[in-house]
Design a protein around this ligand. Structure first.
Ligand code: SAH
Length: 304
């Protein structure tokens, strides 16, 4: 029997921001091939084999060709493969390319949508992506140049009325701000940068086009982050969700389902699991330390 590949969106980070179908596909999977931005908390309950193909910026751990081949190879072994991607698989995740390759190779696949950081990441910092008073459209743009040197149409982008959201743009933040100003945007246009949105270490700063690069440097904010340009940013202070355990990252013993997990998450903490040690019989003899000296009779021990 042929296998099957599900291109699954893991959502922006918080492990509970997963669709019901995504959760089921993960629980049914034989293999999960996952990216760097996927929260490890999602992985803890899974029985499947887990393969990390995460890529750091500038450092491709596993090439896209290798990922494509891995998916095909696993599916041809008859396995149910989940290709787990951050956010939505078809928003800048190269999910489209993976789908095309699977199609060419005649491997059956589906897409399970996810909540994209491009929308939910803003909300997590108190920014609604549209608002009747401020923006009636939004534009999600890659800040990462293609290897062929293709440039963005800055004049067009700068003249959009709606909210601009740049993904993969931190390496180009200065250039983005400069191009927007050069093409007619006021340097006082509000800008926010949100790093690790919905993860325990979420941080955000607010400034304007003229000052954002300096503010980001001062606060040591880096990738992965969303760059948001537009007047909706002014709502950030008013709408920023404040919960008592916000900003705390807690580790608790793995249990599924876990009441403790739900209670802590509801108070704003970000919770990850650690697996309790399981009892494993030793396959070798330990010396009897109590008797001291050498030559004492070895005892069989079990590690607790
Ligand atoms: N498919 C993903 C985007 C993948 S591109 C989605 O729909 O969200 C990777 C870029 O997404 C990062 O460089 C960063 O700009 C953004 N990103 C993804 N998750 C993020 C998060 N939790 N916080 C901030 N930015 C994030």
């Amino acid at each position: 029997m042929g296998g099957f590949v599900s291109l699954v969106g893991a959502g922006p980070g918080n492990p509970e921001l997963l669709t019901i179908l995504a959760k089921r596909r993960l629980s049914e999977a034989d293999v999960v091939v996952y990216d760097r931005l996927v929260n490890p908390a999602l992985m803890a309950p899974l029985a499947a084999e887990k393969i990390d193909v995460g890529k750091l910026p500038q450092h491709h751990k596993v090439s896209q060709y290798q990922i494509n081949d891995l998916l095909v190879e696993q599916a041809r072994k008859g396995k149910r493969v989940v290709r787990l991607k951050s956010g939505d698989p078809y928003v800048f995740g190269r999910g489209g390319e993976e789908g095309q390759y699977l199609q060419q190779q005649r491997v059956a696949f589906e897409v399970v949508p996810g909540i994209t950081s491009a929308i939910a990441g803003l909300g997590a910092a108190g920014i609604p992506i549209t608002h009747r008073d401020f923006a009636s459209s939004f534009h999600v743009i890659t800040g990462h140049h293609k290897a062929d040197g293709t440039q963005l149409d800055w004049e067009n982008i700068a003249h959009q009325e709606g909210t601009l959201v740049f993904l993969m743009g931190m390496g180009e933040l200065g250039h983005i701000a400069e191009q927007l100003i050069k093409n007619g945007r006021a340097s006082s246009t509000p800008v926010a940068v949100i790093q690790w949105a919905t993860h325990w270490n979420q941080r955000s700063v607010k400034a304007d086009l003229g000052t954002i690069e300096t503010v980001v440097e001062t606060h040591h904010i880096g990738s992965p982050a969303l760059i948001v340009v537009g007047n909706v940013v002014s709502l950030m202070d008013e709408l920023n969700p404040e919960l008592p355990l916000q900003g705390l990252h807690l580790l608790i013993p793995f249990k599924d389902p876990s009441k403790l997990f739900s209670k802590l998450q509801d108070q704003g903490a970000a919770v990850n699991f650690f697996k309790r040690r399981t009892q494993v019989p030793l396959t070798f003899d330990l010396p009897d330390m109590l008797k001291g000296g050498t030559g004492s009779a070895p005892v069989k021990e079990t590690v607790k």
